[in-house]
Design a protein around this ligand. Structure first.
Ligand SMILES: NC(=O)c1ccc[n+]([C@@H]2O[C@H](COP(=O)([O-])OP(=O)(O)OC[C@H]3O[C@@H](n4cnc5c(N)ncnc54)[C@H](O)[C@@H]3O)[C@@H](O)[C@H]2O)c1
Ligand SMILES: N[C@@H](CCO)C(=O)O
Ligand code: NA
Length: 436
């Protein structure tokens, strides 16, 4: 059978990996897909660099629309990134009746509803395994492997750049800026690395997983997004003394009154597997009612690991594109008429436990005033640590771990504690999850 023809839009880090892996493993991939998969056309603004990568194997153009307009092309792979031109091109490819593969989590987390609706109306597939946790087949696992389960929660280290930064800062005592530059050099970071360090990229991915797990639309605007730029070395150290590691987690959890969707630095017990995921590696824990806990670990970024997921989608489409669209796996795991509108909970209603660090005056009665405020708000204390403060002799660092409570309640307690004259600096508040 004739090879299926693919057009690549963008041949940067992921695009070049896709081209190289497809060429290297073409015989095996053909054996699995049932026919060859050929990148016949490549569009990139940098045509010179694109030609260096593909040689004579594909036509290189600078105008992505020329790929979409080519009737020979069956599948368009969007690897440009961002919400701008990438969105226009994906919508145009769908309108032209092409199947689409994309690694663009930003685009799907924000415009997924519109894109999936357009694809369904046109009877084409939009595949996006590379968009969440790169090479880890987590979309496949959530949509197919775990399809029997009522998913309870998902917690993931889903941004390699920030995990790399946190690991290097903790183990080598390196500076934030130095480690960020290295992550950029290694090709992990987004074009705009603020998306990584401010938690936006992880929130894009958590948003997509949340939709698939709970059958709700993608709603990035409802996600709580907090990155690692405010994280202080002292808290990494104290967390360790208390038996925890700090990880930037993407969390989504079913509660009685709605769904939690949040990204923030999180204390995780040091003996959990996920707490020991280091460097740019990703890991996702999924809790299902039947299967229990499952863990998915691997490379979430980089040229060939991400290409691995892009090509898996190409193989899926090659096998499935002649199937009746009603018999394909739905984009968000649930059939469009089986989706629900369970609300995403505001952060005030989220249930979590906390790590607090207060710099307090080293005098009698301070601790009891603070514990009284917590007790008045019905917040129960799990552990307390008192340490000499780096700030000076008359001050002390007071670290408190709490049991689970509603975030809104903690906010009220924090405001009262902050107002005490013996609390000498802004209180550090981090969230803690046992993930059991
Ligand atoms: N790098 C990773 O590890 C990784 C992992 C998972 C997902 N992703 C996602 O994959 C996508 C691509 O990321 P990347 O790291 O390969 O980016 P990149 O910057 O390395 O590559 C993007 C390419 O697109 C080209 N381009 C830009 N505008 C264009 C246009 N209008 N027409 C044609 N070409 C254009 C650029 O010249 C560049 O070669 C992004 O959505 C990113 O979020 C990346
Ligand atoms: N910038 C992302 C790339 C993979 O999506 C990361 O660091 O994980
Ligand atoms: Na993936």
């Amino acid at each position: 059978m004739k090879a299926i023809k693919v057009g690549l839009l963008g041949i940067g880090t992921v695009g070049s990996g896709t081209f190289n892996v497809l060429r290297r493993n073409q015989a095996e991939i053909r054996g699995r897909a049932g026919r060859g998969i050929e990148i016949a056309m490549v569009a990139d603004l940098n045509t010179e660099r694109a030609r260096e990568i593909v040689g004579d194997a594909a036509v290189v153009v600078s105008d992505a629309r020329a790929v979409i307009a080519n009737p020979e092309i069956d599948i368009v792979v969007e690897l440009i990134g961002g919400y701008g031109i990438a969105k226009t091109l994906v919508m145009e490819a769908i309108a032209a009746g092409k199947h689409v593969v994309t690694a663009n989590k930003a685009l799907l987390a924000v415009h997924g509803t519109e894109i999936f609706a357009a694809a369904s109306a046109k009877g084409v597939i939009v595949a996006f395994e590379a968009a969440v946790a790169g090479g880890i087949p987590i979309i496949k696992a959530l949509r197919e492997g775990l399809t029997a389960n009522r998913i309870e929660w998902i917690a993931g280290i889903i941004n390699g750049t920030t995990n790399f930064i946190l690991s290097e800062m903790r183990s080598k005592g390196l500076d934030f800026g130095v480690v960020l530059k290295e992550a950029q050099r290694l090709g992990y970071a987004e074009a705009d690395p603020t998306f990584d360090i401010e938690g936006v990229d992880a929130a894009h991915k958590a948003t997509i997983m949340s939709a698939i797990a709970f059958g709700i639309p993608v709603q990035f605007d409802k996600a709580h997004v907090e990155g690692i730029t405010q994280l202080q070395a002292a808290d990494i150290k104290y967390a360790e003394q208390l038996g925890y590691r700090i990880k930037l987690l993407g969390l989504t959890r079913r509660r009685e009154n709605g769904i939690e969707l949040r990204v923030h630095p999180t204390l995780v017990p040091a003996n959990r597997l996920i707490a020991n995921v280091e460097g740019a590696m990703n890991a996702v824990v999924v809790q299902g009612d039947a299967v229990g806990t499952t863990l998915y670990y691997g490379k979430g970024a980089g040229s060939e690991p991400t290409a691995s997921a892009v090509i898996a989608d190409l193989v899926d489409i090659t096998r499935l594109h002649t199937a009746d669209p009603d018999h394909r796996v739905p984009h968000l795991a649930f059939q469009p008429d089986a989706m629900n509108d369970t609300p995403i909970l505001p952060m005030e209603q989220v249930l979590t436990s906390f790590y607090l660090r207060l710099i307090v005056a080293d005098e009698a009665g301070v601790l009891s005033r603070i514990t009284t405020i917590l007790a008045e708000h019905d917040i129960s204390i799990d552990a307390v640590l008192q340490r000499e403060s780096a700030e000076g002799e008359k001050q002390t660092d007071l670290i408190i771990l709490t049991h689970e409570t509603v975030e809104g309640r903690m906010n009220k307690a924090l405001a009262q504690m902050q107002a005490l004259p013996t609390v000498l600096a802004p209180i550090v508040r981090l969230r803690k999850e046992e993930l059991a």
